[in-house]
Design a protein around this ligand. Structure first.
Ligand code: SF4
Ligand code: SF4
Length: 176
């Protein structure tokens, strides 16, 4: 390689360096300053409420079954009108890989990935989140969805009384 091509290479490098000197920096001072994340960003996990303000989770264990690292646990309970809920619900974020499979599996849209970055913790014991830590006041990404208004279960309204449901059929009336 000749001296001329060496000098040309150095000048090209310097030209690139100088072209960046007056550009606006892209550095963000996280965590004081937060970048707006895309809507589908898989950040921290939350448990949401339905439009009536009730807990959406029906403690069906599907998220727990779908989780590849087995970090969700809960116990199911039931109110006198038959509405299921999680008596306790726990996620071990020290194991969670934020894959989003739990949110995909959830039939009630209760568990959702929020666009918030998961906060770093030094003590691994602080990575254990209980239902009280996970439950938010809002509905999350699907504000109008209420599982009990589509599931054909007479908890919120009588069976078959919701707009997209048919009334239950008495099978004895259709016997030959
Ligand atoms: S995001 Fe993935 S690893 Fe984390 S709790 Fe959900 S299924 Fe498990
Ligand atoms: S968060 Fe969803 S999938 Fe998990 S137990 Fe509750 S209702 Fe079922």
């Amino acid at each position: 390689m000749s001296l001329l091509s060496d000098i040309q290479a150095i000048l090209t490098g310097l030209a690139i360096t100088f072209s960046h000197i007056f550009r606006k920096p892209v550095t963000v001072s996280y965590p004081e300053e937060k970048r707006p994340m895309p809507e589908r960003f898989r950040g921290s996990i939350v448990l949401t409420r339905d439009p009536d303000g009730e807990e959406r989770c029906v403690a069906c264990y599907l998220c727990s079954g779908a989780c590849p690292v087995d970090c969700i646990s809960m116990a199911a309970a039931e109110t006198p009108n038959g509405r299921r809920y999680a008596a306790w619900f726990r996620i071990n974020f020290a194991r969670c890989i934020l894959c989003g499979l739990c949110a995909e599996a959830c039939p009630t849209l209760a568990i959702q990935m929020s666009s918030e970055m998961f906060p770093c913790k030094r003590d691994v014991m602080n990575m254990l989140y209980e239902k009280e830590d996970l439950l938010i006041d809002g509905t999350g990404k699907d504000p109008n969805y209420n599982f009990y208004r589509h599931a054909g279960i007479g908890v919120v309204t009588p069976r078959g009384a919701n707009p997209d449901e048919h009334p239950p059929v008495d099978v004895r009336t259709i016997l030959p």
